[in-house]
Write a protein that binds this ligand. Structure first.
Ligand code: TXA
Ligand code: MG
Length: 335
């Protein structure tokens, strides 16, 4: 199976494959024509670069001209795993991979199918998430099929992914490092390894108007078709009360309301909503794992508005909040 998929990649085709985070849509990273097919299949804007997936430290030296010592130390601790570093791009990597940038984003995924596929190809695999641009990332093969059937060659089905949200993206330099996309490797852990780490200002506010450090920042990703609003607040009681009130108001005005909430909050909602229950509210890893599938299912029920519960920003919670806010186009209600 992996052998055949690797042969498809070798001949310039596209293969969707699982990683520990979400499914990726892969092409031979050294084949520019193949990489361009990824952009066409996903309808991805050409200025949004993709991640290069490697299976050995030797491949890191192939795709980058120089890796800061601090970055190398970091990935020796955390790879294979859901962490992507942005480093200077070598000539071997065609410009299309990086959308013309002088840097390239690299990661070693912690999934045997992904690693096996890269090994059999014998070169790095360029891969963004395997969704249509603007849709939630796929966490199983059916969701890849739903978005990309007809425009890709192979889908490798290895069940549900383990983590459910995309890797942390970080730019590491000797004096300070910047998180460009929050993910499963949280700020707290990165600070332990690196000392000073900043979170890029665009990430949580969304109102940021500067030049995007990571092109992906400026796109409204993960978006359902319905309007969406996130209700946030440090006090759980006040937050749930606000969610219930908001839902009741929408129902009263005749809207079809979808809800994306924790188990605890679900119990307090009126019966007439379209409900997706994520997990007990303290189990952030489970919330992350179920988030995108739940969004897709809610979207299929076709509500007019989705009311989502915000989660605490610790650990993987920062990634959850970032995806929820993006999905809502930054419509946030503070309780
Ligand atoms: O977990 C993941 O990272 C998944 C799996 C498949 O590995 N991949 C993924 O890829 O989420 P994608 O293309 O959906 O997201 C890549 C992100 C985008 O936000 C992009 O802007 C950023 O990485 N990126 C890629 N190359 C970059 C670069 N050279 N400089 C800054 N940001 C970059
Ligand atoms: Mg993506």
């Amino acid at each position: 199976m992996l052998q055949e998929a690797a042969a498809v990649l070798k001949s310039g085709g596209l293969v969707a494959f699982p990683t520990e985070t979400v499914y990726g849509l892969g092409a031979d990273a050294f084949n520019e024509d193949a990489v361009l097919k990824i952009f066409a299949a996903k309808k991805r804007p050409p200025d949004n670069p993709v991640i290069v997936h490697i299976s050995s430290m030797g491949m890191l030296d192939e795709v980058s001209t120089s890796v800061p010592q601090k970055a190398e130390k970091l990935v020796r601790e955390l790879w294979p795993g859901p962490l992507t570093i942005v480093v200077p791009r070598s000539r071997k990597v065609p410009p299309a991979v990086s959308a013309g940038l002088e840097t390239v984003a690299v990661r070693m995924p912690a999934h045997n199918v992904a690693l096996g596929l890269i090994n059999r190809l014998g070169s790095p695999i360029a891969a963004p998430s395997a969704n249509l641009s603007g849709r939630p990332s796929p966490t199983n093969a059916m969701e890849v099929y739903e978005d990309l059937n007809g425009s890709i060659d192979v889908i490798i089905d290895a069940g549900e992914t383990f983590i459910g949200v995309e890797s942390t993206v970080i730019q590491v330099s000797e004096n300070k490092s910047v998180i460009l996309r929050p993910g499963p490797i949280p700020l707290e852990i990165l600070r332990k390894h690196l000392g000073e780490v900043e979170v890029h200002p665009s990430i949580l506010s969304g109102g940021f108007e500067g030049v995007p450090a990571s092109p992906g920042m400026k796109y409204r990703h993960y978006a359902p078709r319905a309007d969406m609003i996130v209700v946030e607040g440090d006090d759980y009681e006040r937050k749930t009360t606000r969610i219930v009130e908001t839902v009741e108001e929408y129902l009263k005005s005749g809207l079809r309301v979808g809800c994306l909430v924790s188990e605890e909050t679900a119990r307090r909602l009126p019966k007439r909503v379209m409900l997706e229950v994520l997990a007990p509210r303290a189990r952030l890893n489970l919330v992350a794992r179920r988030l995108y599938s739940a969004l897709r299912r809610l979207d299929r029920m076709n509500p007019d508005i989705i009311v989502a519960e915000g989660f605490p920003e610790q650990g993987i919670g920062m990634a959850i909040q970032n995806r929820l806010r993006k999905a809502a186009g930054y419509r946030v209600l503070k309780a």
